[in-house]
Design a protein around this ligand. Structure first.
Ligand SMILES: [Zn+2]
Ligand SMILES: [Zn+2]
Length: 369
């Protein structure tokens, strides 16, 4: 029988997480080898840490409550007997064999799940609350995830003795070979249910439609991921759930092209504005934002005007990137009589040779040519 971890911490079996934390702190102060000079202080301190390690982790604690054994230290999967325990002294040989063997690994814990989240550039600019709807194995509402029906209870699996693995011995010319496989009876959980819950068939989880709201921070990049803890697949019979991994997918925008934290945009300026310089207004990426673009005197077609701080808000920052406005200089397709006169005067002033004013009949001919 394993150590009484509750006794080591000096708490009752139904102690809350908070009680356990408090008990650990007060004992640790007294037992710390720097303070306590008795011979076995270090040993006791180690024991206290071990007890706290198990009882402060809900998954490890429930495994300990169920089986009375201390879950394998260092292993990622709580509640499992360490391979070295399973194989006794031969662990080192057979654990390497086993790892290469690649047999099925029991997963009492739920797996992580991935979903994609489409976002508009405007949502990324302001940050957004988004609801995600997806299907997952959720904790069974009928039994609260325990997998037990009315007056049902969990018992140690008789086939594997609670380890979740079955060791078989094969005789080969090299001698006896041991292989470990996931216990078929308990599916690797180490426990069987007497009178299982009818709703989930003793699994503690059922397929269900889940809704979760995520906060998307402003300035997030395409393909960046957000993790929602505990919203992946529910664990087997109340074991820890996996996480939901949300991958952001930012939709292309009609006017803006994002380049890191900068935004490229296009603006039109008349040839007169381009020649003389002008302030024009364009839409910004934030709601109702108007951005003034200062077209410099003598601006050329496709020239880029940079507006500092008018780009995308930076991720987890107060600052913003820049807006890079590509100016498209417009040549009028049609001139009024007066406009033409003014331009002809300008041409004369600049010494440019231009076409003579054409009669309406000549213009008509141009259309058909
Ligand atoms: Zn159930
Ligand atoms: Zn079993």
């Amino acid at each position: 029988m394993a150590k009484d971890l509750y006794g080591i911490l000096g708490v009752e079996r139904d102690a809350s997480e908070d009680d356990i934390k408090k008990a650990f702190r007060s004992r640790a102060r007294k037992l710390h080898p720097d303070v306590n000079k008795s011979d076995d202080a270090e040993e006791q301190f180690k024991e206290l840490n071990e007890a706290y390690d198990v009882l402060s982790d809900p998954a490890k604690r429930s495994a300990y409550d169920r089986f009375g054994t201390i879950p394998g230290a260092g292993g990622g999967q709580s509640g499992y007997v360490d391979l070295d325990d399973l194989f006794g002294g031969m662990g080192s040989i057979f654990s390497s064999f086993f790892n290469n063997g690649g047999g099925p690994t029991a997963r009492p814990e739920g797996r992580d799940m991935g979903v994609g989240l489409r976002l508009t550039l405007e949502e990324v600019a302001t940050g957004a609350r988004k609801e995600i709807v997806y299907d997952r194995l959720s904790p069974c509402p009928e039994c609260g995830g325990r997998g037990c029906g009315d007056d049902g209870r969990e018992a140690v699996c008789p086939d594997c003795g609670g380890s979740g693995r079955v060791v078989t011995v094969q005789r080969t010319f090299l001698g006896d070979m041991q292989t470990a496989t996931t216990c078929a009876r308990c599916g690797g959980s180490g426990a069987v249910i007497e009178n299982p819950c009818a709703e989930c068939d003793g699994q503690g989880r059922v397929p269900d439609r889940q809704r979760v709201t995520v906060e998307v921070p402003a300035g997030i990049r395409d393909a960046q991921q957000l993790r929602v803890t505990g919203f992946g697949e529910a664990g087997l019979r109340g074991a820890r759930a996996g996480d939901l991994i949300v991958t952001c997918r930012i939709q292309p925008h009609e006017f803006f092209e994002r380049d890191g934290d900068n935004l490229h945009a296009r603006a039109h300026a008349s040839m007169v504005q381009a020649a003389l310089g002008a302030d024009i207004e364009v839409d910004g990426v934030l709601p109702d934002e108007r951005v003034t673009v200062r077209i410099p005197e003598g601006c050329q077609n496709d020239q880029v005007v940079r507006i500092k701080g008018a780009g995308m808000p930076r991720f987890r920052s107060e600052s913003r990137g820049d807006m890079l406005v590509h100016v498209s200089v417009q040549i009028p397709r049609k001139l009024s009589k007066r406009e033409r006169e003014l331009l002809e005067q300008l041409a004369e002033e600049m010494g440019d040779r231009v076409s003579e004013t054409r009669s309406p009949l000549e213009k008509l001919r141009d259309v058909f040519n």
